[in-house]
Write a new protein. Structure first.
Length: 139
């Protein structure tokens, strides 16, 4: 009789452990990318548009941590519909910038007509990327 009671207790404990472990499913990581916005106002270019050849303008971004610390900021460009981009500016965050980052970049357009695509990317420590793009027609 003792053997049956011990066997029943063991089965009950194993069953409770299995139910408990099954109910403790790990929540799926949402992978929330950083929040990034262009600075706006009279001194900033913050939307697609037409600009002059050899024109100088400022683009500013404000990036805010959403889930993971901010890691890096990159500005790249592509001319005349090219699919690949070339790095213009690359920066790795300092500890004081892990939760928020603000940067202005001065850009000079080429001295020839065409199109320019400027890509502004913020990456967090989990590898989530937020990109903002400006498409310019240079005349």
């Amino acid at each position: 009789m003792k053997t049956n009671h011990l066997f029943s207790s063991t089965v009950l404990i194993i069953g409770l452990v299995a139910i408990t472990l099954g109910a403790c499913k790990k929540e799926k990581d949402a992978h929330v990318p950083p929040d990034v916005v262009f600075k706006t106002g009279a001194n900033y270019l913050s939307a697609d548009g037409t600009v002059a050849k050899n024109d100088t303008f400022t683009v500013g971004i404000v990036a805010t941590k959403t889930e993971d610390d901010l890691k890096s900021y990159n500005v790249s460009y592509a001319y005349d519909g090219a699919s690949g981009t070339t790095t213009f500016y690359n920066y790795y965050m300092q500890a004081s910038e892990y939760t928020g980052y603000s940067k202005d970049v001065d850009i000079i357009t080429r001295n020839q007509a065409g199109s320019e695509r400027w890509v502004f990317s913020i990456v967090d420590r989990d590898g989530n990327i937020t990109q903002k793009t400006l498409n310019l027609t240079v005349q």
